[in-house]
Design a binder for this molecule. Structure first.
Ligand code: ZN
Length: 73
């Protein structure tokens, strides 16, 4: 069962919750259901390096042309 991280759009409270399919989570602070869903903890843990990493776009050559540029030649 996935754990998702949410940020409440009303009060700004951030929390993690288990989400069962078909159920709508609400803010534990203000009970609002206007929530912004963030990455699940599982996806975050296994998605690899951050896009805005200081390393090169491809992670190897640091090509200045942007992500994927070094793969075009
Ligand atoms: Zn809230």
């Amino acid at each position: 069962m996935p754990i998702y991280e949410y940020a409440c759009r009303k009060c700004g409270h951030e929390f993690e919750t288990l989400v069962r399919s078909g159920s709508v989570p609400d803010c534990p602070s203000c009970s609002s259901t206007e929530l912004e869903k963030k990455l699940s903890l599982f996806a975050t843990a296994s998605s690899g390096p951050e896009p805005q990493s200081a390393a090169g776009p491809c992670g190897a050559c640091g090509h200045p042309g942007g992500p994927g540029a070094c793969a075009l030649h």
